[in-house]
Ligand binder design. Structure first.
Ligand code: WT7
Length: 639
């Protein structure tokens, strides 16, 4: 029996669940009507598995729903309260944001950007990032935001795959007081790409930069741009954005989201999960470069005309108290963050949050990875002072919005630390075994989604086959999430980590294949394998194994540094392994598949279990020795 916490906001709208249960399609049609449509859709859902068409034929615009509809009653309400890392803040009201977006949209148009063009956005967390996205959606351009911590090689891959005509960046961005020179990274990324017509450069740091004839400063672009730009009337299925995410293959997948269904999903979940009210100050700490930022920093809050905080920098900079300081300063009432951040705050000790006035808080959320019950309780007691519900929201880049969560906005149910509680209304999620049969309560299985839902990805950009294979082939015509989960005796869902070769480091998705192919592209490496092992802070960290080519005579320390640098350079710092082990062979099955399960067990000092399918048992002994020796020498070094 797990502990329960009976805390709610007094909301109970059982009608919503009832309606969703009788006819999920009609239910979502009712939700969609809460958005502003220029004209109604022909058919709510056309389901041609695995392709769902939600609200086809309806005409809508995301930017219009985020901005124009608020001009009558909320023009002077703050939309974005931006907090710079330096402590400076900037407030943009709904009117300010609307004007900035229109000017920039006209700027994009003046460069020839039209409906259907792709625009890559590589910006730090500054207001111009949501402005760029909303300007794209206003004119029907498909934005593809690349997290500004990604390397130039990763950026290049994404610009190339999306064939972006324009790249929007800045001279630099601040991280822990230091400047990251983004423009230089872009210059490297687009070498020999003739299809990139222009680079728009925002001057954030004002450090000197080199401009070429295809570069144009943001300030110059909008200087004479008219401040009115009518929103394009776009089909419900119009591609709003591509967001690349790691999968089980070497190449990142371009998750493509549409407009009408995606916005409907966000509008509903933002209200149900976060109980948003006009007086709230919402603060989601996610970087806009990830899906959480797209859905619950940009689109969700703005659709509701909410006031929100956007923070530029590192969560513990310049002080460990930075988040609590922001919550106190701006009277934040809803706070949404990750378990990794919470574990870090918890380590800093209770005195820090206890010395701030957090009394405006009324709801807390978590996302991105499983939240340990003790961290949940700390969040609930120390941050929420036992008066705020803590919601654990499960979803994915592919689902577009929250799929499993307690929903204080519409129902009060007892919370169990570590459980996401139940699926949202209108979605059909279950847990199945290898054969696709539902498992009994408290049994681990695969999390699948049985019906299409409005926020679901349309496909993978330019690759319908991969879309089918990645999500719809393990089980016939149901969506395979790649996650393990179980349902307890009360119908509560518990997420149990990834079932595939995707790692979750500090809540970020990293594909093993992507990392391995990066490692073997180092000239001295013949083979490699990576796996994740549990970590107190980051949830999971990466351990890598490398087999060197014959006659490589370099010292391991030198090689280790070269490989780490290569990974930083090719993928980004988030993918750097905690430890690299050099071995003479990798444990493989007779069919030649690397046994990552075994590597993981060895690195964790766990029992290695059944190795009957192993091709070469000697590989295991060698790896065990290597790992033990290295762990011993690390311990000695630390003593
Ligand atoms: C994967 C999706 C959700 C937006 C941010 C991450 C894991 C996500 C939870 C949670 C346990 C979670 C899953 C999922 N995950 N939320 N509340 N509890 N695990 O999006 O990068 O697409 O990653 O994150 O493994 O499949 P993403």
């Amino acid at each position: 029996m797990s502990e329960t916490f009976n805390i709610g906001l007094g909301n109970n709208d059982s009608e919503i669940r009832k309606q969703s249960e009788s006819d999920f399609i009609a239910f979502w049609a009712d939700q969609a009507k809460k958005l502003a449509w220029f004209s109604p859709w022909d058919k709510t859902l056309e389901w041609n598995p695995p392709f769902a068409k939600w609200f086809e034929g309806g005409l809508i615009n995301a930017s219009y729903n985020a901005l124009d509809i608020h001009q009558k009653n909320k023009a002077n309400k703050p939309a974005i309260i931006w907090e710079a890392e330096s402590g400076e803040s900037r407030i943009l009201t709904y009117k300010d944001l609307w004007i900035e977006v229109q000017k920039f949209a006209n700027g994009l148009k003046s460069l020839g950007v039209t409906k259907g063009d792709r625009v890559t956005i590589y910006l730090p967390m500054v207001p111009e990032l949501p402005i760029s996205m909303l300007a794209c959606s206003r004119i029907g351009a498909t934005h593809t935001v690349v997290f500004s911590g990604f390397s130039s090689a990763s950026l290049r891959e994404r610009i190339e795959d999306s064939k972006s005509k324009i790249v929007i960046t800045s001279d630099g961005g601040y991280r822990r007081g230091k400047i990251v020179k983004l423009k230089e990274i872009v210059d490297e990324a687009i070498q020999n790409f003739d299809f990139v017509k222009n680079i728009i450069v925002l001057e954030r740091t004002k450090e000197p930069i080199q401009l070429t004839s295809r570069d144009i400063l943001w300030s110059d672009l909008i200087k004479n741009a008219p401040s009115e730009c009518e929103a394009e009337k776009l089909d419900g299925l119009h591609p709003l954005y591509i967001l690349y995410t790691s999968g089980t293959t070497g190449k990142p997948k371009g998750v493509l989201h549409g407009t009408g269904g995606y916005l409907t999903h966000l509008y509903s979940t933002f209200e149900w999960a976060f109980d948003i009210k006009d007086s709230d100050v919402f603060f989601c700490t996610a970087d806009i470069g990830w899906v959480t930022g797209h859905s619950y920093v940009v689109y969700g809050p703005l659709l509701h005309g909410a006031t929100e905080i956007i923070y530029e920098g590192a969560p513990d900079y310049p002080e460990a108290s930075r988040m609590w300081d922001i919550i106190q300063k701006h009277k934040v009432s809803i706070f949404y963050t990750t378990p990794t951040a919470l574990r870090m705050f918890m380590k800093f000790g209770n005195d820090i949050p206890n010395s701030f006035d957090l009394s405006a808080l009324r709801l807390l959320g978590s996302v991105g990875e499983p939240i340990n019950p003790e961290v949940w309780k700390w969040y609930y007691e120390i941050i929420g002072k036992e008066k705020c519900p803590v919601i654990d929201t499960w979803w994915q880049t592919e689902t577009g919005g929250i799929m499993i969560s307690a929903l204080p906005g519409i129902e009060t149910i007892p919370l169990k630390p570590g459980s996401g509680t139940r699926p949202i209304p209108g979605v059909n999620i279950s847990i199945v075994d290898e054969e696709g049969k539902e498992v009994p309560p408290n049994t681990k299985g695969y999390l699948i989604i049985k019906n299409p839902w409005p926020g679901m990805l349309l496909t993978l950009w330019g690759d319908d086959e991969k879309y089918k294979k990645a999500y719809w082939s393990k089980f016939q015509n149901v969506y395979y999430s790649g996650d393990y989960a179980k349902i307890d005796e009360d119908g509560y869902f518990w997420l149990l980590g990834r079932a595939d070769d995707v790692l979750k480091v500090a809540g970020h998705r990293i594909g093993t294949a992507e990392l391995e192919s990066c490692m073997v592209s180092h000239k001295d490496i013949a083979e490699s394998a990576v796996c994740g092992i549990p970590d107190d802070l980051k949830g999971e960290v990466i351990i890598a194994f490398a087999v060197l080519k014959e006659n490589v005579k370099k010292e391991y320390a030198v090689l280790e540094k070269e490989i780490s640098d290569k990974i930083r350079n090719d993928i980004g710092p988030i993918a750097t392994p905690k430890q690299i082990y050099f071995v003479s062979k990798l444990p493989k099955t007779r069919s030649g598949k690397i046994m990552r399960r075994l590597l993981k067990a060895i690195a964790n000092n766990d029992s290695i279990g059944d190795v009957s399918t192993l091709e070469d048992v000697a590989a295991v002994a060698e790896i065990q020795n290597t790992v033990q020796e290295l762990q011993k020498s690390i311990k000695e070094k630390n003593n």
